[in-house]
Design a protein around this ligand. Structure first.
Ligand code: FUB
Length: 348
């Protein structure tokens, strides 16, 4: 049967599809939502997209963000507040540009904002190297004060901090292509390295990284290790397997005794998950969480609130431009065996 005519007010994608959910806010562009529940309230730490007039490229220069704004809400589906500037790049002494996907954590009365941004040491493209910084505040919405230097031993981007039921916290991070992870393959930065990946499709894919945090939540307790993703046969996912391999956007949560390592596949635009029995993995690949959204990037978070699980993600509904995104939320369900039915960001 022919699809029914859309109601006048019902937004549709450029190719006529209905969206599963609507943007949380429309007064600013937001992406890469890291959601947390602090004191029963929901706080979302997103990238704050702006139009800097830079054309799309594989290094992500069009994502020229300069500050962070925190979104807050009392309940999912309720009004969402866009809070004031939480951190501005001009107040981070070591940073040059591109404040990308952040995350946050709380411990002993202090809120921590973790953020990737390029430093001031220029490479062959005239760009700084991504490092991960930390800033603190007594309020979940900031303003945050940045430490004078990046976290020692940090590199690449997309930090996500997971605190286990033991109280130990771990930072997952990394991203290929513009996120530069491929340039760290030998443990030190290769300024002349690849702009994309290893270019070795039959070799294990590049892994995201994990480092345990010290009790101060501001420093690594260990040298970052690889987060291995294995297939059903126990073999590493290969670099050529673009629908399964790690690209960026690590996010970890624990449900029951299972650790879910979730991530984006970048150029194939899926959100995937893999499961393991401890924070370090290895994790076994299980499937897609979310099919491709409108727009290039797919970066998310998953949080439990009010006895349900929620997927925060983003698309480009409001702008139809890859670098001007809007954050959304939808319920995430689990099957009885703990598997996640794949979500379609469009409905029929
Ligand atoms: O928002 C800038 C970058 O795009 C993020 O750091 C990546 O995860 C991708 O969403």
């Amino acid at each position: 049967t022919a699809p029914s005519a859309p109601a006048k007010s019902e937004p549709r994608s450029p190719d006529g599809k209905r969206y599963l959910s609507q943007p949380l806010v429309s007064s600013i562009y937001t992406a890469d939502p890291s959601a947390h529940v602090f004191n029963g309230k929901i706080y979302v730490y997103p990238s704050h997209d702006i139009d800097a007039g830079i054309g799309d490229d594989d290094l992500g220069n069009q994502y020229a963000m300069r500050d962070y704004r925190v979104l807050s809400m009392d309940r999912i589906g309720g009004p969402v507040k866009v809070n004031g500037v939480a951190l501005d790049v001009k107040d981070v002494p070591w940073a040059s540009k591109q404040m990308w996907a952040p995350d946050a954590a709380y411990k002993n009365g202090t809120y921590f904002l973790y953020f990737p941004v390029r430093d001031k040491m220029l490479d062959k493209n005239g760009l700084g190297t991504f490092r991960i910084g930390v800033a603190t505040s007594k309020s979940p919405t900031g303003p945050f004060k940045a430490d004078p230097k990046p976290i020692a031993g940090s590199f690449s981007m997309d930090p996500a901090v997971f605190t286990d039921t033991t109280g130990a916290s771990y930072m997952y991070f990394g991203g290929i292509w513009g996120g530069q992870l491929q340039r760290w393959k030998d443990g030190k930065f290769d300024a002349n390295g690849s702009d994309t990946d290893l270019g070795k499709d039959d070799q294990p894919a590049l892994s995201g990284k994990i480092a345990k945090l010290n009790p101060d939540m501001k420093s690594f307790a260990e040298t970052p290790r690889d987060v291995q993703i294995l297939d059903d046969a126990g073999k590493p996912v290969l670099g050529g397997d673009h629908e399964k391999r790690f690209f960026e956007a690590s996010w970890v949560f624990k449900r029951g005794g299972t650790y879910y390592y979730t991530y984006s596949t970048g150029d194939t635009h899926f959100l995937n998950y893999a499961t393991g029995d401890n924070p370090y993995g290895p994790f076994t690949y299980k499937g897609h969480i979310l099919k491709p959204v409108q727009g290039w990037t797919s970066h998310h978070s998953i949080v439990e609130w009010n006895k349900k699980w929620w997927l925060f993600y983003a698309d480009t509904q409001l702008s139809n431009k890859n670098h001007l995104r809007n954050v959304k939320v939808t319920e995430l369900k689990f099957a009885a065996d703990g598997s996640i039915p794949t979500i379609d960001p469009f409905v029929n």
